[in-house]
Design a protein around this ligand. Sequence first.
Ligand code: FAD
Ligand code: NAD
Length: 463
Amino acid sequence: MPDFDLFVIGAGSGGVRCARIAAQNGARVGIAESRHWGGTCVNLGCVPKKLMVYASEGAEAAEDARAYGWDVEIGAHDWPRFIAAKDKEITRLDGIYKSMLDKAGVGLFVGRAKLIDAHTIEIGPGPLDEKATPQRVTAEKIVIATGGRPVRPPIEGAELGIISDAAFHLTERPERVCIIGGGYIGVEFAGIFAGLGSKVDLVFRQDLPLRGFDQELREKLLEALPKHGITVHAGVSPEKIEALEAGARRVSLSNGTTIDTDCVFFATGRKPATDGLGLETLGVKTEKGAVVVDAHSATSVSNLYAIGDVTDRINLTPVAIAEGHTLAERLFSSHTPRDWAYETTPKAVFFSETLASVGLTEEEAAKESDLDVFTASFRPLRQTLIGRDRKAFMKLIVSRDSQKVVGAHMMGDAAAELMQGVAIAVTAGLTKRDFDRTIGIHPTTAEEFVTMRSPTRQVSRTS
Ligand SMILES: Cc1cc2nc3c(=O)[nH]c(=O)nc-3n(C[C@H](O)[C@H](O)[C@H](O)COP(=O)(O)OP(=O)(O)OC[C@H]3O[C@@H](n4cnc5c(N)ncnc54)[C@H](O)[C@@H]3O)c2cc1C
Ligand SMILES: NC(=O)c1ccc[n+]([C@@H]2O[C@H](COP(=O)([O-])OP(=O)(O)OC[C@H]3O[C@@H](n4cnc5c(N)ncnc54)[C@H](O)[C@@H]3O)[C@@H](O)[C@H]2O)c1
């Protein structure tokens, strides 16, 4: 008999949930983690990033308080004190993840795991324990939940820049930061460093940031970036990084300009973490490094499964958790597994003015049907006394024939908190009439989603 019914490689968002649910359903479960319990989200992603966003909001909050009559002085930000407080919280969360697995009866293995054959895993030394003696275990079923890691572009001097992993542990805040990449991480960290007082240059290859988001939302973000003190270099690529004196760097761009900075930060995407797992020898099918799976997380080898970022589908924590949960129930529960509406996965970018979306972009929706598009752009009440030039933008995309709300998009305060509720309505397939029938909460920005009366424009189906 194998040592375990299920062995999970990687204790991140997906792996932890999968192992815990399988164990709670009576399976004998083991899990290996090479670097940190809780994975990317807890240690080098969502959680420390959001704490940094909160830190970056301090100066503006003090400014706002002054506008509302408080006698507040804006002092300096103490970066080392903040990083120490953040690290303490992350260490606490790591412990919670580890003990949660322990309590569920999951066998914990510290070290880097690799597959020896379809039922044998070897756990050897890794960052958490460099001197670990390799040990082998066997399992009936194996889940690959190894996540991804940040990549640098192949340009001269790329090693002189940092990646997001390092951004969480800088000993001091750089006075000048040049961020390469206009995706989630680039935009979020541009807001974080600008809010903390750094001079930020943001470089991206397309004309607009946040590829894949609604075009109009991307345009609103492009307009907003300079208002936060961020210098935008759109439609250009970095070509070379050089070291200058005193740790400074020079970034040469494809349009011939150069940027002198204290820190080059590559936010140029992530790659599935499959190196050294032994997938090739077992014949596990991969595509561009990502493990290929079917709708049930099954790989091309019958007892091997994969969940989360290593499959490079929707690379978000709640999706990895949902995939892990469903898989564990499908394999070990006698009940019908829980299912999730992945097609209406809401998403948010925690920039200083949060962006959030659910459902289709206008461009995607127009490929499916004629549309009524409702938009609102206005100065929220909070901003009136402050006098800041900041507007909230909200948008509903309605399929003309069915009148279903197929997409909602927003940039503005609390967009992420608000979009979670709208996502329920879009997932339920509610119509514009359902939105119209809903009484608003006044005075809020949110009420705009239920008070948009006439379409801003009508769009004909494009194909
Ligand atoms: C800077 C940043 C900010 C983010 N912010 C958000 C956000 O706000 N909201 C959101 O939803 N998502 C966010 N994400 C994405 C989110 O972190 C990932 O989608 C999520 O962590 C994926 O979970 P996972 O279980 O697939 O992998 P991970 O959480 O990456 O876990 C994989 C684990 O496997 C371990 N591992 C790898 N190889 C081995 C091996 N051979 N042996 C043993 N262990 C191994 C790793 O050490 C890691 O702990 C962010 C990501 C980053 C980088
Ligand atoms: N708030 C959130 O939910 C959140 C936050 C951070 C990360 N994430 C997840 O993590 C993933 C990774 O984030 P990311 O921002 O690194 O990736 P991304 O795919 O969102 O953005 C990568 C950016 O790098 C650019 N790029 C790629 N190669 C380049 C090159 N050679 N030169 C210049 N630019 C280049 C791309 O054009 C793109 O703008 C996201 O896709 C998302 O799934 C989510």
